[in-house]
Ligand binder design. Structure first.
Ligand SMILES: [Zn+2]
Length: 259
């Protein structure tokens, strides 16, 4: 989940530290959201296709959901929209070729930590990182070959603030509408730029997934598998793409799905 500013999303800009974890945790409105009932949202046996713009979004957004769906027996397919190869421009520590290999490996390690690797399939579309918004037609066409009639889609929020996340969310939403499929959207970068009561989030359609302490801890451990995203790059001295602040915020806000 590469933090960049983009003119398409200029009222949902990802700069600075953003809203802090404690602010979200203290907001009663968040605690009072209806509980996301996965038994009814994901009927038995139905395949769940999670569209991740970058390798890590499937865990940052849905690390808890994936654990619960595997326990419930739903087949899961992760659709990696990009390989996240543009996360370290100018780095000699991680070239785009390195990242093209490393980031998908980090996803696989994270799935092992969650204990779900053998239950989750993954397919990589390899669209160019940072250009999903511009490549929405390609994404839609790719989905035509992958998605089946009874599949349920889970994607990043169509107004999440990162253009790749928004492009992915918009296409998932459109594809689901065109094909009569269920589609849920998860908040990731929205936790950064939004604030409690924020009118830019459709809270009336939002539901909160309840995670056990064990599920929360496994999710944290899984996030720590994304070494390329959580460490300072010694060759550019750029800070981690995924700061401890951002990780804390994602873990404390929990998983909220727009239904
Ligand atoms: Zn991302």
């Amino acid at each position: 989940m590469d933090a960049i500013k983009h003119d398409i999303v200029d009222d949902r800009v990802i700069i600075g530290d953003g809203t802090d974890a404690q602010t979200w945790q203290d907001w009663q409105g968040l605690q009072q959201l209806p509980v996301f009932n996965i038994k009814t949202a994901f009927p038995e046996g139905r395949r769940v296709c999670i569209l991740a713009p970058h390798p890590d979004d499937e865990i940052l957004g849905c690390g808890g959901l994936v654990q619960q769906l595997v326990a419930q027996g739903n087949p899961i397919l992760i659709i990696a929209v990009t390989n996240g190869a543009a996360s370290h421009p100018d780095s000699t520590q991680y070239t785009s070729n390195d990242l093209n290999d490393l980031r998908p490996q980090e996803t696989q390690a994270a799935l092992h930590v969650l204990g779900v690797a053998e239950h989750v399939e993954r397919i990589a579309l390899n669209l160019p990182d940072g250009q999903v918004y511009q490549q929405q037609n390609s994404l839609y066409l790719a989905l035509e070959h992958i998605i089946h009639d009874q599949d349920i889609l889970v994607a990043t929020f169509a107004q999440d603030g990162h253009p790749d996340h928004e492009g992915t969310g918009k296409i998932a939403e459109k594809f689901a509408r065109d094909h009569g499929l269920l589609c849920y959207q998860v908040l990731i970068w929205a936790w950064h730029w939004a604030v409690p009561h924020d009118a830019r989030i459709p809270w009336s359609r939002a539901q909160r997934l309840e995670l056990s302490l064990t599920e929360q801890q496994k999710k944290r451990d899984a996030i720590n598998c994304f070494k390329t995203q959580i460490e300072v790059d010694p060759t550019t001295l750029n800070p981690p793409i995924l700061s401890t602040h951002a990780i804390e915020r994602l873990c404390k806000a929990g998983e909220v799905y727009i239904c």
